[in-house]
Ligand binder design. Structure first.
Ligand code: ATP
Ligand code: MG
Ligand code: MG
Ligand code: MG
Length: 436
């Protein structure tokens, strides 16, 4: 992409309502614009990151055996009356009436809808287990939308639902999602801590939240330090017994605020106690037959008897992750994207647009990088060098190639690594080779 053709509206001043780094940086770097409280337009740069995160989430869901589909954003209130959650959900639910005075709502989550879909089409235990998911916009009329996309009112969530015949099988599905979440967050360059959680309005008896530790997190996390030191997990066979992996991460103490109460943290040696702020990026639940009973989601069991299916649900805040990753990865100059979610792979800075040599080498480099399968952003504008440098740092691409008349005299360009700040002088060919 040539910057001159792109749409990257940067802000010089940070709007005063932006108080945390990710919110400020997302506005300044032209990733999002607020339309009304907690409702955002995703500008091209932000949209690209959102889609990359979504794709990683999708790949790991698929790998765990979940199957993608898409449910609507607008739901009928009847579904929620059937589960008993229509009144319980309270003012966070955006309620709508259509022209025929039918009560509708903008879905805050999809347990009811998918249980309903499932119950009309699945009849036999032979159809189980099933894990179905979608990535869809949700709406929650948050009391205090804030921190940009981290607590929006409209936000993108991946939500998966599992259906099993027995509690033992349901636990296996839960384990699959638990491990899929660890792998997902690992790929996003995040250290996520699974904490034992209350099940709240979703109900049920087994639940974990996944948090990343950041000063600006809205939850308070208490955990055993050793949880943060566990090795990343490698390749996993999702058909094998995953309880070892899950237990290694759940036997050490980790709780968020409410759940922590009553626990004697002092039982842990002082140097093993971590108390920190956390951002909730994912949440998984096993809730048995809480929804399958009211929706009559039953299958014929091996004994011929109708059996209510055992269910779980599993959410990831895809749009919140954009902010979460920035909270975990930025410096005073701007964002530092982990390579796998960066909106572009490399930025090309032409320090002297209009200069024949600079233009030629920059164009050749741009083409060579594309031919090598990379996605470069080429700053071909006539802005001053200083503007180009700070803009490229702000938007945080992992690599920058700087082309200037002085270097070109010796046939070299400069390759800069955004995270470490390390610079290297290379021939254009060597720079391409190094990036591929
Ligand atoms: P929170 O405690 O932050 O209000 P939640 O517990 O209400 O979140 P869940 O119902 O568990 O959220 O939804 C699953 C995931 O959706 C959360 O873990 C979070 O990552 C994301 N999420 C929830 N609310 C929002 C929001 N208002 N804006 C962005 N993402 C959200
Ligand atoms: Mg909430
Ligand atoms: Mg929560
Ligand atoms: Mg939650």
């Amino acid at each position: 992409m040539r910057l001159s053709r792109y749409f990257l509206p940067l802000l010089k001043e940070t709007p005063s309502d932006a108080t945390i780094a990710s919110h400020k940086l997302m506005l300044r770097a032209g990733m999002v614009r607020q339309n009304s409280a907690g409702i955002y337009t995703w500008l091209p740069l932000g949209f690209k990151v959102l889609k990359k995160i979504e794709q990683i989430v999708r790949e790991e869901q698929n790998r765990a055996g979940a199957v993608e589909m898409l449910m609507p954003t607008i739901q009928s209130a009847d579904l929620w009356k059937q589960s008993g959650r229509y009144d319980a959900y309270g003012p966070e639910m955006l309620r709508i009436t259509d022209r025929n005075d039918r009560e509708m709502l903008f879905g805050p989550t999809n347990e009811e809808m998918l249980t309903d879909v499932f119950s009309s089409d699945v009849r036999s235990y032979k159809d189980l287990p099933k894990m179905l998911y979608h990535v869809q916009w949700k709406f929650r009329d948050e009391r205090r939308p804030r921190f940009g996309v981290m607590r929006g009112r409209e936000f993108l969530m991946k939500d998966c639902y599992s259906f099993d015949l027995t509690p033992e099988d349901a636990r296996k599905s839960y384990h699959k999602m638990f491990v899929a979440y660890l792998k997902t967050f690992q790929r996003l360059g995040l250290k996520a801590v699974p904490v034992k959680a209350a099940t709240g309005p979703i109900g049920g008896d087994l639940s974990h939240e996944f948090h990343i530790l950041a000063e600006t997190g809205e939850s308070e996390i208490f955990c055993d330090k050793r949880i943060l030191e566990l090795d990343p997990i490698g390749d996993v066979d999702f058909d094998s017994d995953l309880s070892e992996i899950v237990e290694a991460r759940t036997r050490l103490y980790a709780r968020a605020d409410e759940e922590h109460e009553g626990w004697n943290f002092e039982d842990l040696p002082e140097d093993q106690r971590v108390s920190a702020r956390g951002i909730e990026i994912g949440h998984i639940f096993y809730f048995g037959t809480k929804y399958s009973e009211p929706f009559n989601a039953k299958v014929q069991g091996p004994d011929g008897k109708p059996t209510a299916v055992e269910m779980g649900s599993y959410g990831i805040g895809v749009s919140r992750l954009v902010g979460g990753i920035i909270e975990a990865s930025h410096d005073e100059n701007g964002i530092i994207w982990p390579e796998d979610v960066s909106p572009f792979d490399v930025g090309i800075i032409n320090l002297k647009s209009g200069d024949e040599d600079c233009d030629r080498v920059a164009d050749e480099l741009y083409q060579a990088l594309i031919a090598a399968g990379l996605d470069p952003l080429y700053d071909d504008t006539s802005d001053r060098g200083g503007v180009k440098f700070s803009r490229m740092d702000l938007i945080g691409l992992p690599w920058q190639i700087v082309i200037g008349p002085r270097g070109l005299k010796d046939g070299i360009v400069e390759l800069k690594h955004r995270r470490t700040g390390e610079r290297e002088n290379l021939s254009p060919e060597a720079a391409v080779a190094k990036l591929t």
